[in-house]
Design a binder for this molecule. Structure first.
Ligand SMILES: Nc1ncnc2c1ncn2[C@@H]1O[C@H](COP(=O)(O)OP(=O)(O)OP(=O)(O)O)[C@@H](O)[C@H]1O
Ligand SMILES: [Mg+2]
Length: 248
């Protein structure tokens, strides 16, 4: 036994000038977990995701995926290892159709040089269509990604990662920008898709109802640190979390 989870960090730190955005974070995620991350604006949630997925380099500390040290690897190398991610603001190709977005995403990891070059590599069209179906986007396949309402744009952003068959999916605020009414439907589609593909997941979420309903574990971030970690109901009752994260 290595003692590491599917995703682990040890002493992960990063400062921006005087701001400590990640403060010696030790973290382990086990396969099958559905981890929600809460924390006020600026607590360091996105910074943590960016370090784990190669978009930022830590000042010190390590990131391990499947017990392999991936600290400082490029986003693409980390994607190739099986870590998918989606963004606070969906990163889709607005001038391309929904299906083309998935084709481009599927081809990108096969390219050795450059990013999103023409589709010179064969893409598994069946996999693309199955993923569109899974995220309930088939009816929009030939519409421009830029024409989608925010909820479907969020689904497309996740679909572009899921088409690569990740083991772990990290989603930064998958329901932000979506009306309260639509959030539950969106999460239901996402969680069913992740279950079906047996993908472990982390999602950042501000809506406590969504956290209660979909998370098996909850981490509360305060000032670059994990201030509470455990079963969602326990963490949500923690006085530090009530005072600093939930409010009131
Ligand atoms: N590239 C950067 N340059 C300078 N400061 C940064 C950078 N990225 C993040 N920060 C700072 O680091 C801290 C953590 O930011 P981060 O975006 O990780 O917070 P967050 O928890 O994701 O917040 P939100 O809920 O608003 O998305 C903030 O003080 C932020 O201003
Ligand atoms: Mg953020």
């Amino acid at each position: 036994m290595s003692g590491y989870g599917l995703l682990s960090t040890r002493g992960l730190s990063l400062s921006f000038g005087g701001v400590v955005a990640a403060d010696a974070i030790d973290f382990d995620l086990q396969p099958g977990e559905r981890l929600a991350v809460v924390g006020q604006n600026g607590a360091g949630k996105t910074t943590f995701i960016n370090i784990c997925t190669g978009y930022l380099k830590p000042t010190s500390g390590t990131v391990l995926f499947d017990a392999v040290d991936i600290t400082g690897h490029t986003p693409r190398a980390i994607t190739r290892r099986g870590v998918g991610r989606s963004f606070q603001l969906p990163q889709v190709f607005t001038e391309h159709t929904v299906r083309e977005c998935l084709m481009l995403a599927a081809s990108s990891v096969k390219q050795k040089h450059g990013f999103f070059l023409p589709l010179t590599q064969a893409v598994d069209a069946h996999e693309v269509d199955a993923t569109l179906e899974l995220l309930q986007l088939s009816a929009r396949a030939h519409d421009l990604a830029g024409s989608l309402p925010e909820g479907q744009r969020k689904l497309l952003d996740v679909a572009m990662a899921l088409v690569l068959r990740p083991k772990l999916m990290i989603m930064d605020e998958p329901t932000s920008g979506v009306s309260t009414d639509e959030k539950h439907g969106l999460m239901a589609v996402l969680m069913r898709a992740l279950d079906e593909r047996q993908v472990t997941s982390i999602f950042v979420e501000h809506d406590i109802d969504i956290v209660r309903r979909y998370a098996t574990r909850l981490c509360a971030w305060i000032a670059g640190r994990i201030a509470a970690d455990g079963a969602p109901e326990e963490v949500l009752r923690d006085p530090i979390v009530v005072k600093n994260v939930i409010g009131e």
